[in-house]
Write a protein that binds this ligand. Structure first.
Ligand SMILES: C=CC1=C(C)c2cc3[nH]c(cc4nc(cc5[nH]c(cc1n2)c(C)c5CCC(=O)O)C(CCC(=O)O)=C4C)c(C)c3C=C
Ligand SMILES: [Fe+2]
Ligand SMILES: [Fe+2]
Length: 340
């Protein structure tokens, strides 16, 4: 961007906003409680009437779960904070660098969390103050789900309702079939196997959702199946060498099946020697991958008679993933970008 343009017009920048779920500020019950309250009060996440759900949430869940959840967070906490926050921050920094290297240095890249801090509202306000008048919102969920992707857009739109001068907006709906994303996953898993050997079965585990949401038309289940199949194909796996499962069931209703925990138990009982689990729906390691899979899932498999268990790291800050993210961003920005 020329200096003349820079000084003559302040509100002409393009912003890229990465958004992930959010995470507590500390691995303590006191910090987990407000995080869970905000997250689980979202009507896209728990689809029950507020009059019914809020008493259950405030009367039962928020009196018990924060302590149990804080212990899980404590077991995976990094020196720099919650893994989800650490990796999302790093992805943001590396994406900004990759885009600048490609000549797109007028772009402002930042990140926000749907729940907690840094909040979507204050981050967009800061981007606007920096002169951003065109904004690409990129929820980091590869597979679309109303409980994740749509609620990011809800929050962006709630902010827009309060603004006089809104930016031009674009939303990335999903990228679970993006060849760059699939290649980055396959590359990471192949590299892991080169170092640690190969499993008998690869379980690709995605975050679960109530089964009802699929019947109501949420495409999430199909998108997870599609990603898992594309990944298995990229890895050259035969049908009996991989599974697609759903983890993190919450509450008593039936969720999408097969459940990850039940599958790991069955594989252990069946005498399958080594199982690896990859979590393609999470682009950053977090409590769900490091604790639920890496610690709990491993124990379930070994207790059932399995011999060797590996949890494969998420994409995190891998160069292939950052390159895929830069490609995706560039493509989604389309005609907004000046020729590099
Ligand atoms: C009704 C409850 C939940 C639904 C529906 C749900 C959907 C959903 N979640 C993710 C991604 C993540 N979830 C994470 C943590 C987490 N999720 C729930 C509940 C529901 N998720 C809870 C209560 C928690 C907190 C941890 C716990 O107490 O078990 C995380 C990790 C956050 C972190 O700080 O590390 C992610 C990421 C998706 C993709 C999704 C629907 C597709
Ligand atoms: Fe979740
Ligand atoms: Fe969980």
């Amino acid at each position: 961007m020329s200096q003349a343009t820079e000084t003559s017009r302040s509100a002409d920048k393009i912003g890229v906003l990465l958004v992930n779920l959010g995470t507590p500020t500390a691995p303590t019950a006191a910090a987990v409680k407000p995080y869970l309250r905000e997250f689980l009060s979202d009507r896209r996440v728990v689809e029950l009437p507020a009059l019914l759900w809020q008493p259950i949430l405030n009367g039962i869940i928020l009196n018990t779960r924060p302590r149990a959840s804080a212990e899980k967070y404590a077991s995976i906490w990094l020196a720099d904070g919650s893994p989800l926050d650490v990796y999302t921050r790093e992805q943001t920094r590396l994406l900004a660098g990759a885009l600048a290297t490609r000549g797109h240095d007028g772009l402002v890249v930042d990140y926000a969390m749907r729940y907690g801090e840094p909040a979507i509202r204050s981050t967009i306000a800061r981007l606007q103050a920096q002169g951003v008048d065109r904004l690409l919102v990129l929820p980091l969920y590869p597979q679309y789900c109303a409980a994740t992707t749509a609620t990011v857009w809800d929050e962006v739109c709630r902010l827009m309702l309060t603004l006089r001068d809104i930016p031009a907006l674009r939303l990335v709906k999903h990228y679970g079939d993006d060849p760059g994303y699939i290649d980055a996953l396959a590359h990471g898993i192949d590299a892991y196997w080169s170092e640690h050997g190969r499993p008998d079965v690869l379980v690709t585990s995605f975050h679960g959702m109530p089964r009802r949401t699929r019947e109501l038309g949420d495409p999430y289940y199909d998108e997870c199946q599609d990603t898992a199949r594309r990944l298995a194909t990229a890895l050259g796996l035969a049908d009996d060498q991989w599974r697609c499962t759903f983890q993190s069931r919450f509450g008593r209703a039936e969720w999408l099946q097969p459940y990850t925990a039940a599958t790991l138990e069955q594989l252990g009982r069946d005498g399958v020697g080594r199982v690896d689990v990859a979590c393609p729906g999470f682009v950053a390691d977090c409590v769900e991958t490091l604790e639920e899979i890496g610690i709990e899932g491993k124990q379930i498999f070994l207790d059932a008679g399995g011999k060797v268990f590996h949890a494969i790291p998420c994409l995190n800050d891998s160069p292939a993933w950052i390159a895929a993210l830069a490609d995706l961003t560039t493509r989604e920005l389309g005609g907004w970008l000046p020729a590099a």
